[in-house]
Design a binder for this molecule. Sequence first.
Ligand code: SF4
Length: 64
Amino acid sequence: MKIQLIPEKCIACGLCQTYSDIFDYDDDGIVIFSEKSDLEGQFPDDPAILLAAKSCPTKAILAD
Ligand code: SF4
């Protein structure tokens, strides 16, 4: 699945990493990928990643 991060929308709540460790945070607590430096990536289908995207309060994580 393709996952896209929209850091401008992230409010640094820290929720997404509780679902999946593909998510990490920069020094300001804004979402980044833990093993990628860009804002978009392909990941194996994983319900935990989808749940993180659905649970993000500001829709800063897009999954399709
Ligand atoms: S759940 Fe959303 S708002 Fe919260 S840290 Fe993750 S990307 Fe940012």
